[in-house]
Design a binder for this molecule. Structure first.
Ligand code: NDP
Length: 322
């Protein structure tokens, strides 16, 4: 099978197209013929060595495709089923293994590309808005990277829950997309100081929650945007990791809460995975959750796909098709 493999950490050039044997599913595993896989920041963290993994490595964190073969002990799935998964082992490939316990069926009416565009980023937006800080009518949320893959989905879910959403973006074109997703106010952080703007827009009160995926360059400013006892959900590090932080400062800023959540802990049980995935894929299939695919690349162009994501030139999702 064709796959992208990394033999050393580094820039996009370390992503090499190689020919490898098709893996065999072990107990509890399913072999998926990958039809679409999403490109995510986590694969860039692994490529650069920000997160460490044994090498050589086939990158990839999610896949949509059809079941090719079941490993010993797997029930509930059959060859040919349309499935998607956010905990695959190496989905930048024509075939990938996934634990059956983490696999979900793709509903009728949703293409593989749509399933790959919806599942990981959609379940992330779902847990942030429904569980990490469950939004309700009257809440105000600040969402950074409002026109990004997670940002567009999170804005839609937050506004549907009745919250007022303020976003930050880098360009006027991204601002337009963020408004279309439901943001009531969009801050062009390249021209305006987002902290000053948030204070102005909330009459000095601050927001109830900040969903911050940017990290290093926004963390301190985000804390300053919170109302007393507000919550910071730091869920990514697109600009780099946040340096060590002296927690006593949270007291001075208003007894703030900070959490560093990850999707894995919010889909850890089958019931929670089914709740989030069925809502996200169901809303997408009914057109109630608008998906935006920026670009579909062939697998061989994985490096270009990661460059696009890393250089802020994307809105919505990038898909690779083996
Ligand atoms: P995005 O589409 O949001 O892309 C990142 C965006 O971040 C850019 O387009 C850019 O938007 C903004 N950004 C600001 N500063 C930088 C910078 N220095 N370098 C790069 N981008 C920057 O990506 P995703 O939707 O795929 O992921 C968003 C974040 O969510 C990532 O950090 C990812 O790791 C995290 N994530 C976390 C999960 C979790 O469970 N914890 C799960 C899934 C994703 P603009 O141009 O408007 O500034």
């Amino acid at each position: 099978m064709k796959a992208i493999q990394i033999h050393e950490t580094g820039g996009p050039e370390v992503l090499k197209l190689v020919e490898l044997p098709i893996p065999e599913p072990g107990p509890g595993q399913v072999l998926i013929r990958v039809e679409a896989t999403g490109v995510n920041f986590i694969e860039i963290y692994f490529r650069k060595g920000v997160y460490s993994a044994a090498l050589p490595l086939i990158p990839g964190s999610e896949a949509a495709g059809t079941v090719e073969e079941l490993g010993p002990g797997v029930t509930g799935f059959a060859a040919g089923d349309a499935v998607a998964c956010t905990s695959v082992l190496g989905s930048y490939a024509e075939y990938a293994l996934a634990p059956a316990a983490q696999l979900v069926k793709v509903p009728e009416g949703l293409s593989m590309e749509q399933a790959a565009a919806a599942l990981l980023q959609g379940m992330t937006a779902h847990y942030l808005s429904h569980s990490t800080y469950p939004l309700k009518a009257g809440d105000t949320a600040l969402i950074h990277a409002g026109a990004g893959g997670v940002g567009l989905l999170l804005t839609q879910m937050a506004t549907r829950l009745g919250a007022r959403v303020i976003t930050t973006v880098s360009t006027p074109a991204k601002a337009e997309l963020s408004r279309e997703a439901g943001a009531s106010e969009v801050i062009l952080y390249t021209k305006q100081d987002f902290e000053v703007e948030v204070k102005r827009l909330t009459d000095g009160k601050g927001v109830d929650v900040v969903y911050d995926s940017v990290g290093k360059t926004t963390f301190e400013g985000s804390l300053n945007c919170l109302r007393p006892r507000g919550l910071m959900a730091l869920f990514g590090a697109s600009s780099g990791p946040v340096p060590p932080y002296n927690l006593i400062q949270l007291s001075g800023k208003g007894s703030l809460f900070v959490t560093r959540p990850t999707l894995w802990h919010y889909v850890a049980t089958r019931a929670e995975l089914e709740w989030r995935s069925s809502e996200v894929l169901g809303w997408a299939a009914k057109g109630q959750l608008k998906l935006r695919t920026e670009h579909v690349y062939p697998l061989a162009e994985a490096a270009q796909a990661q460059i696009d994501l890393e250089t802020r030139s994307t809105t919505g999702k990038i898909i690779l098709e083996p």
